[in-house]
Design a binder for this molecule. Structure first.
Ligand SMILES: *[C@@H]1O[C@H](CO)[C@@H](O)[C@H](O)[C@H]1NC(C)=O
Length: 550
């Protein structure tokens, strides 16, 4: 009983955290750790409700002596050892994600070398800004890839964000204004490397004049204030309806030091500013850059309990380019440049199981990317088999030396508590990718926007009518500079138009959506969000390991 409730709680927690921070498969890692913890504390067996591959763990007897060994899944353990192990995992994952376990050992024997750590790619503030979660690019290395999207006009800077090696690009976009100077959208972490790149652009095209935050999502907010502090002369524009997790901190908690006329909320016609600080600066009027870059604000869509979703689409008229944060993405089989910059995470996921040795080939990088994307978008891909915790630990000690650095700084103890079955997941990836056709991520269509489909679709219509000429889209994640029309943009939101008589399928296969479906039902039950107003055919409730058969 306890374990079932606990499991449901875990699902809710993970999805809530994932929605706020980054797509993750930390569910599995934390699940493994919880199982080990449960063993050591005799909290009871985990029941095997959803997946036949979960093993019922042997329990410890109260009379057992601390030092007496027990046989679990073929390995010898004693309780102290397991406790130590659990403590190590907890520590390494929560407090010291940068565990240099293999850093000093024979570097040359690795299939891909660990990149040297350099002050130019570190951002020490990251750990605080993102809380203590072991996110890639917080206390670990955080490199930047610059791409010139349109020569002399538009650039993107990609860094990675992720958890336990499920990494996705996080992207900022810089536009050169007509009269000189730069306009920056959703800035990433101001590492020395990024600041150097910005300095080069400023020398050529003029200073950073405006910095714009077009979202309330934490992963973009956390880097916003620190970036703005490096450009004190710039005017700062923020998305209406800011809030902070876990506390509803005042707007100043963003870390922005600009004040008065330099610190503004994006004005929405016919609406007052959402915060008293910004009501005072309303008198300064519309943004100076509006004749070049127009915008449409979605939300804030308030959740039932705490928080809101809100995002702005910006349209750069001269180049017919639309900038969004999370609402639409595109993905294909090629890993983006920032993900290939350090290919270790790709090869980490290219393995079918932890004992497999893989070579650094384009094919294996694509296989790793395919799986990373599935973890990132649906959290619990249907094609994985879960490996019981004790077995995962045992296997982790047998990992080939050439593969040992793949999880450094990201994955506690090199755990790989799942297995893939060759290329069986290709079909699932292709359903998500549709060769790079634009789509709205399922976490939004299943958990957030489906609570307000009307308001969302009205925003979609405003975007497509007012910016009908759009030719390219630059989102903040996954593929960059995507060729797309207004019609493609509108089509990305098809799942929100589903009715009982006209079902519009989600992009991932139903079997891959079962965790999100369970989370959706659960978050509704817990009154964290209202009920879904979109008829999804409920296919995801009937298939897959989380099928609840409601
Ligand atoms: C691991 O995966 C490889 C490649 O698919 C396979 O040959 C091997 O048998 C697997 N090992 C185990 C223990 O399942």
């Amino acid at each position: 009983m306890i374990t079932y409730t606990f499991r449901r709680f875990l699902v809710a927690l993970i999805v809530a955290v994932a929605a706020l921070f980054a797509p993750t498969e930390c569910f599995l890692i934390s699940d493994s750790m919880c199982r080990m913890y449960a063993e050591t504390t005799r909290f009871g067996e985990f029941s095997n409700r959803e997946s036949s591959s979960f093993q019922v763990m042997p329990r410890f007897n109260e009379d057992d002596k601390m030092e007496s060994p027990h046989l679990i899944s073929g390995i010898m353990w004693n309780r102290r050892k397991i406790l130590q192990q659990a403590a190590t995992i907890a520590t390494s994952s929560l407090l010291m994600p940068h565990l240099p376990a293999t850093a000093a050992s024979s570097v040359s024997s690795f299939v891909v070398p660990s990149p040297p750590s350099s002050p130019s790619t570190t951002w020490p503030l990251g750990k605080v800004a993102f809380s203590l979660l072991p996110l890639a690019g917080t206390s670990t290395r955080r490199a930047t890839v610059e791409e010139t999207i349109i020569p002399d006009t538009m650039w993107t800077h990609d860094q990675i964000q992720g958890i336990v090696n499920v990494n996705v690009p996080v992207r900022m976009t810089t536009i050169r204004l007509k009269d000189g100077g730069l306009w920056v959208h959703n800035p990433v972490a101001p590492t020395p490397q990024l600041l150097h790149m910005m300095k080069c652009l400023e020398e050529k095209y003029g200073p950073v004049k405006h910095i714009v935050l077009g979202t309330v999502a934490l992963e973009h907010k956390a880097t916003f204030g620190p970036f703005c502090q490096k450009f004190p002369q710039a005017t700062v524009w923020v998305q209406p309806g800011q809030w902070s997790f876990p506390l509803d901190l005042p707007i100043d908690a963003l870390g922005v030091t600009q004040k008065g006329k330099q610190f503004r909320e994006l004005p929405v016609p016919g609406k007052r500013a959402t915060n008293s600080v910004f009501r005072a600066s309303e008198k300064y009027g519309l943004p100076e850059w509006m004749d070049e870059i127009d915008y449409e604000v979605l939300g804030p869509l308030e959740f039932e309990s705490v928080g809101a979703f809100s995002e702005t689409a910006f349209f750069h008229k001269a180049t017919k380019t639309l900038l969004v944060t999370d609402t639409v993405v595109s993905v294909d089989k090629n890993p983006p440049p920032i993900i290939q910059e350090d290919p270790r995470a790709l090869l980490f996921h290219a393995r079918d199981n932890i004992t497999e040795i893989v070579a650094d080939t384009p094919e294996n990088r694509q296989r790793g990317w395919r799986r990373m994307v599935q973890f990132g978008l649906v959290f619990f891909p249907s094609q994985i088999t879960v490996v019981p915790a004790t077995e995962a630990l045992k296997e982790a000690s047998k990992i080939d030396p050439s593969m040992k650095n793949l999880g450094d700084g990201a994955v506690p103890l090199n755990l790989y508590p799942w297995a893939w079955d060759g290329n069986s997941d290709e079909r699932n990836f292709e359903a998500i990718s549709e060769n790079g056709a634009l789509f709205c991520p399922p976490i939004l269509t299943k958990l957030i926007l489906d609570r307000e489909p009307q308001k969302t679709l009205e925003w979609v219509d405003r975007v497509t009518q007012r910016f009908a000429a759009l030719k390219r889209i630059v989102p903040c994640h996954l593929n960059n500079y995507i060729p797309a029309t207004a019609k493609d943009f509108s089509r990305a939101f098809e799942p929100l138009r589903s009715t009982p008589t006209n079902l519009r399928p989600q992009r991932p296969l139903a079997e891959d959506l079962s965790l999100l479906q369970e989370a959706s039902d659960l978050l509704t039950d817990l009154k964290i969000v209202g009920p879904s107003l979109v008829c999804d055919g409920e296919a995801a409730r009937k298939v897959g390991r989380f099928a609840s058969q409601r």
